[in-house]
Design a protein around this ligand. Structure first.
Ligand code: SF4
Ligand code: SF4
Length: 436
C-alpha cells in the first residue's frame, strides 16, 4: 500500500490514523503498515457545496452600500465599501439577472442562485421584492432558482418575513454568541448593542425559512464553544464561523484552544445523538466521507460573481470595494473576461496536491481546504495565490480535529451522523449552495 506524499498521521485513542491527502481516505495504522479502511464512500447521496461548476451560475447583488449597524470589525466600512450610501437601481438588478439566466441557459444548466447582499439588504427590501418578481417572470421553468439573503436581521419586519417565506429565501444571519460577545462588536452607530434585535429577527424567521447563523470570532468574542452553545440554545441548528483578520495574536491563541475544546464537545454530542451542523467542520467531514475533493476554496470568479450597486461585476462580494478588480460594467462584461479570470484560477490548481502551483502543494489538507480566500490573500500578501500562515494554522487545526473526530467514531456513529445531516438538509429543502 502506498500513500501520496501528502498524508497526515495522528493518534486517536491510542491507535494510529492516517489520512491520504490525495484520495481523502482514512486508514487505521501508519504508512508502514496500514490496515483496514475505516471510512469508505457512503451510499447515502448528498448534494455537495464543493463541486466546481465552470460557468457563471450564482450572483450576489450588492443592493446598497448602507448599513444600520456600525460593527467594529466590519471589512466594508459599515457597508459603504468605497461608495457609501449608493443604492442599486432595479434596472441594474434586472441586468444582472438577465446575464445570469443567459449564462445558465448557454451552458444547459439546471439551477441558478441569486444572493441578496449589502450593506444591509433589508434596507432595500423594495428592491428584493422587485428582483424576486422579475426573476419569477424571467427564469425559465426548467431552471431551479435558489435565493440567499445575508443580513444582520435588525431591521427585519413581519411583512418582510412573509415575502422571504413565500420565496424560500435561505437566510444567513450574523450573531456572535451570547449577548456580551455579540454586543462587544455588533453595535448601532450610537454604540448600543444589537443582540436583542438580532434574536427578535431569529424568532420571526424560525420555522419559516432555513436559517444559518454566522459567527465572527474577534477580540471580545474568542470562545467559539461558548458562542456555538449560546446559538444552539436559541434553537438554530446550522452555524458557520469566520475569524476576523484583525484579531490579536493573543486572542487568536485563546480562540484556537477554545476550538480544540469544542471538538471534544462536538464529538461527544454526535456520539450521544445530538446533531447540528457546524459547516466549517461538517464540510471537511463530508469531503472525507464522500471522497469529494475540494479543488478551490470557493467559486469566486468562476461560478460566482457579484454585481456592485453601481453595476460593475466583481469576482465576489468582497472584491466590490476594489475598483481595480472590476471585471467590467454589467452592460459590457463579457464571457471572455470571466473566462480569463477563471483560467487564472484553474492554472493554479492541479490534478494532485503536488501539481498545484500554489503554496499549498505540500499540504496534506489541500483537498479539504482548497487554498486560501483569494480576497484575504490579496490583501495580506499582494498575491491571490499565496497562503497566510495564521489562516493556514487555523484551517489545519480544523482539519486535524476532523480527522480525529471521524477516526474516533464507530461506523454506526458515522452512519447515524450522515443520516442526521441529510435529514436536517431535507427538512430545509436544501439545494446546492455556492461556497463563499
Ligand atoms: S491554505 Fe493552508 S491549510 Fe489550506 S491547503 Fe493551503 S497550505 Fe493547506
Ligand atoms: S472565500 Fe474569499 S474570494 Fe471566495 S467568495 Fe469568499 S471572500 Fe470571495
Amino acid at each position: 500500500m502506498s500513500f501520496s506524499a501528502t498524508s497526515y498521521e495522528t493518534v486517536v485513542d491510542g491507535s494510529p490514523i492516517i489520512l491520504d491527502g490525495d484520495t481523502l481516505t482514512l486508514y487505521h495504522g501508519d504508512t508502514s503498515g496500514p490496515s483496514e479502511v475505516i471510512h469508505q464512500s457512503h451510499p447515502t447521496s448528498f448534494e455537495s457545496s464543493q463541486e466546481t461548476t465552470h460557468y457563471f451560475r450564482s450572483l450576489a447583488l450588492i443592493l446598497n452600500n448602507s448599513c444600520n449597524l456600525a460593527c467594529k470589525y466590519c471589512y466594508a466600512e459599515q457597508g459603504g465599501y468605497d461608495m457609501p450610501g449608493r443604492r442599486m437601481s432595479p434596472q441594474t438588478a434586472h441586468m444582472g439577472i438577465d446575464r445570469l439566466i443567459g449564462s445558465v441557459r448557454q451552458n444547459r444548466g439546471e439551477s441558478l442562485t441569486v444572493g441578496f447582499f449589502g450593506g444591509e439588504p433589508i434596507l432595500s427590501f423594495d428592491l428584493i421584492e422587485d428582483t424576486l418578481d422579475y426573476a419569477r417572470k424571467q427564469v425559465p421553468r426548467d431552471i431551479r432558482t435558489t435565493y440567499l439573503l445575508t443580513t444582520n436581521g435588525t431591521a427585519l419586519r413581519e411583512d418582510h418575513v412573509k415575502t422571504l417565506e413565500e420565496n424560500a429565501v435561505r437566510t444567513t444571519l450574523s450573531i456572535d454568541g451570547n449577548q456580551a460577545a455579540h454586543d462587544s462588536n455588533r453595535v448601532f452607530a450610537n454604540g448600543r448593542g444589537s443582540y436583542a434585535q438580532t434574536v427578535r429577527a431569529i424568532h420571526l424567521l424560525q420555522g419559516r425559512v432555513p436559517i444559518q447563523a454566522r459567527i465572527t470570532v474577534s477580540s471580545g468574542n474568542v470562545d467559539i464553544q461558548d458562542s456555538i452553545t449560546s446559538i444552539l440554545a436559541i434553537g438554530l441548528r446550522r452555524i458557520t464561523f469566520a475569524v476576523d483578520s484583525g484579531i490579536s495574536d493573543a486572542d487568536f491563541e485563546t480562540y484556537l484552544r477554545s476550538l480544540d475544546c469544542f471538538f471534544v464537545k462536538y464529538a461527544s454530542d454526535i456520539k450521544n445523538g445530538t446533531y447540528y451542523d457546524v459547516t466549517n467542520i461538517t464540510q471537511p467531514m463530508l469531503s472525507i466521507a464522500m471522497h469529494k475533493k475540494k479543488r478551490a476554496h470557493c467559486n469566486a470568479g468562476v461560478a460566482y460573481l457579484a454585481l456592485s450597486a453601481d453595476g460593475q461585476f466583481y469576482r465576489c462580494h468582497r472584491f466590490t470595494g476594489h475598483k481595480e478588480q472590476s471585471l467590467g460594467r454589467s452592460s459590457s462584461v463579457t464571457g471572455v473576461t470571466i473566462r480569463a479570470s477563471r483560467q487564472e484560477r484553474l492554472n493554479n490548481l492541479g490534478e494532485s496536491a503536488a501539481s498545484r502551483s500554489t503554496d499549498c502543494a505540500a499540504c496534506p489538507f489541500v483537498y479539504l481546504c482548497g487554498g486560501i480566500c483569494f480576497h484575504e490573500a490579496l490583501l495580506s500578501t499582494g498575491s491571490e495565490f499565496k497562503t497566510i500562515p495564521r489562516e493556514c494554522r487555523h484551517r489545519r487545526t480544523i482539519y486535524q480535529g476532523v480527522v480525529r473526530l471521524l477516526g474516533g467514531m464507530t461506523s454506526q456513529q458515522r452512519r447515524d451522523w450522515l443520516l442526521s445531516l441529510r435529514q436536517l438538509w431535507t427538512n430545509e429543502n436544501r439545494e446546492e449552495v455556492i461556497s463563499r
